[in-house]
Design a protein around this ligand. Structure first.
Ligand code: F6R
Length: 614
């Protein structure tokens, strides 16, 4: 949530900040702001409620010159989105400015103290309190900015990624983080700071991922310096970025979401690459090799995740129970962390997260760790906080996901969980060899089957047109496709604002059937498999109440075709792998409905891509 960007070097800073904010806008888009110090030492701050484009319009014609600056795009926590609450925030003297991603939990008590000492505040934010505190410490103890930031952060409880700039020291930026991501790019006589690598990648591949409780001091003409909050010097660990510029651009598509939907044959293949060889009967996941005994002996697996990643965890439950015969629980990280869950040291926790930054998932991991459990990560973002907090893991290799609604991350997560479950089944000997081999071949063919499902786009767009004005929708699935029903409903509601519910098909009789009338579209997955006949009966029940049925079926299906209002035929695959293909029509359907309703597909209202606050 919130995107931050900073630059110190020899280039004009404003275009770098604006471009960086555009790339980070998926993290929050309530308001945006920039601050630059110009060649005469004047500090210019422009901030505006709305999108980065609103900020640009506002700043046009004003002085935006300078080679040092900071920028922010906001997802509001404390204080409504308006011009005043936008970042950067000023210190009391207006000489220091600060941008912040996170929440300062004890800001109220700090603010009380500052008020008593004569400070006045303009905004309702927690952030403004921090910049006042930094300035007070700096002035009182006659400190340099870096040390004042360090001292102030020692008084702070909460999560933050901050960048601070002082008008009286136009050669320095100070950045710090705890619980929110921050990357520093190192170029020739220049530094870049950002919440993720996307604003940096076109300028340099050399980056340092700042660790929690570290303060970075970036000074013109000097090497990067890092100190811990305990004021110990830390040697920066410089890594090479692996992403390319094309990964973070729309590449001719109207929206990132559509591009990412179409990337799935590739992203699923990449998530299997080097890990699956059907001909040789091999599944190998290098990242968990050292923990194979833990998997083998685990009495229980607990998945922890949020949102779409939680849905992938539900598919994981079916996969691990079916293939590896290990009991599984799937937990919302936000619930798990605030109960007093029973966790045994021989429990295996699998934390799933696209961003690797979700605050609740991170906190749930820490809780499980404190009880001695082994934590395995399934993350997409390399080097993210969750990837680093886990004992081991397997990355998903979906590539950067920028559309706020998760698509390719889901199929990549399910792919990796399938590989993991098959691998564990092999170690435990819970699958007959012939079935194991058959599944490997089937899994290898999934990218091609996704490609075939994507060819149904025009047909799905026509269906979308028919249901674009619905106010409610029901999604049904059974067995392996129940999580896909939940995911289909989530996709529709989050980007088109149509209320939608996902249900296990048989549960419909226990309540939701009361909602069905001729206005209600019911999206059902009725592919061939052990539950097929039962789902067909559920479809009959909907039709008997005049509901509209749109069914995803196996290619060549006749029975459902005769009953449903619309059918979408996907290629046949093993029941356990159907989620990977059957989710594609629901992704495309929600995309088209949202576009037809004039919604902002990539930046749906009130949402942000990575939820770094609880
Ligand atoms: C929905 C969506 C969210 C995320 C959730 C978890 O389309 O994107 O529900 O799945 O916020 O995020 P990660 O996977 O980054 O932990």
């Amino acid at each position: 949530m919130c995107g931050i960007v900073g630059y110190l070097g020899t280039r004009e800073v404003y275009p770098i900040l604006i471009k960086g904010l555009r790339r980070l806008e998926y993290r929050g888009y309530d308001s945006a702001g920039v601050a630059m110090i110009n060649g005469s030492g004047h500090l210019n701050v422009y901030k505006r409620k709305g999108k980065v484009s609103d900020l640009e319009n506002f700043a046009t014609g004003n002085d935006t010159t300078g080679t040092i600056g900071i920028g922010h795009t906001r997802w509001a926590t404390h204080g409504e989105p308006n011009d005043v609450n936008s970042h950067p925030h000023y210190s009391q003297s207006k000489n220091i400015v600060l941008i912040h991603n996170g929440i300062i939990e004890n800001y109220a008590s700090i603010k009380e103290g500052l008020k008593k000492r004569g400070h006045t505040f303009e905004s309702q934010t927690d952030t403004e309190v921090l910049v006042h505190l930094i300035e007070e410490i700096k002035q009182h103890d006659n400190m340099k900015l870096g040390h004042a930031v360090l001292a102030a952060l020692n008084q702070v409880i909460g999560a933050y990624a901050i960048v601070v700039m002082d008008k009286n020291d136009p050669t320095t930026l100070v950045a710090a983080k705890k619980g929110s991501p921050m990357v520093i790019g190192i170029g020739e006589n220049e530094f870049f700071i950002a919440s993720d690598a996307s604003p940096i990648v076109e300028f340099t591949k050399n980056v340092v991922y700042l660790e929690d409780e570290q303060v970075a001091i970036l000074r013109r003409g000097e090497d990067l310096k890092i100190r811990s909050l305990k004021d110990k010097e830390v040697t920066p660990y410089v890594q090479q970025l692996t992403i390319e510029l094309e990964n973070i651009e729309k590449g001719g598509y109207d929206h990132f979401m559509l591009k990412e939907i179409y990337e799935q044959p590739r992203s699923v293949k990449d998530s299997m690459r080097g890990r699956l060889n059907a001909e040789k009967g091999i599944v190998s996941l290098g990242g968990i090799v050292e923990h194979e005994a833990k998997f083998k002996n685990a009495k229980r697996i607990i998945f922890i995740a949020c949102g779409t990643s939680w849905h992938a965890g539900l598919v994981g439950e079916y996969l691990f129970e079916e293939f590896a015969r290990i009991p599984v629980e799937v937990e919302y990280a936000s619930e798990f962390r605030y109960r007093n869950p029973v966790i045994y040291p021989d429990d295996l926790i699998i934390a799933i997260s696209q961003s690797g930054e979700t605050a609740d998932t991170l906190a749930a991991i820490e809780l499980a760790k404190s009880k001695g459990a082994t934590i395995i990560g399934v993350c997409n973002v390399v080097g993210s906080s969750i990837a680093r907090a886990t004992h081991a893991g397997s990355y998903t290799h979906a590539g950067p996901e920028i559309g706020v609604a998760s698509t390719k991350a889901f199929t990549a997560q399910v792919t990796v969980l399938t590989l993991m479950a098959l691998h564990v089944a092999r170690i435990k000997g819970t699958l007959p060899e012939s079935r194991f081999r058959q599944l490997l071949y089937e899994l290898e063919s999934i990218p091609t089957k996704i490609e075939q499902a994507l060819k149904l786009n025009a047909e799905i767009k026509d269906i979308a047109f028919k249901f674009k004005d619905s106010t409610n929708a029901l999604y049904l699935g059974r067995g392996f496709t129940f999580p896909v029903a939940l995911e289909g409903a989530l996709k529709l509601k989050e980007i088109s604002y149509i209320h939608a519910e996902g249900y296990p098909a048989a549960e419909m009789k226990h309540g939701p059937i009361a909602l069905i009338d001729e206005e209600m579209p019911v999206f059902v997955i009725a592919t061939k498999g052990p539950n097929y006949e039962k789902v067909v009966s559920n479809i009959q029940e909907v039709k008997a109440r005049k509901g509209k049925v749109i069914a995803v079926v196996t290619a060549g299906d006749k029975e459902v075709k005769g009953t449903a209002d619309h059918t979408i035929e996907i290629p046949e695959t093993d029941e356990s792998l159907v989620p990977l293909v059957s989710v594609i029509p629901w992704q495309l359907l929600s995309y088209h409905i949202a576009v037809m309703r004039g919604c902002n597909v990539d930046q749906p209202r009130n949402l942000a891509k990575s939820v770094t606050v609880e």
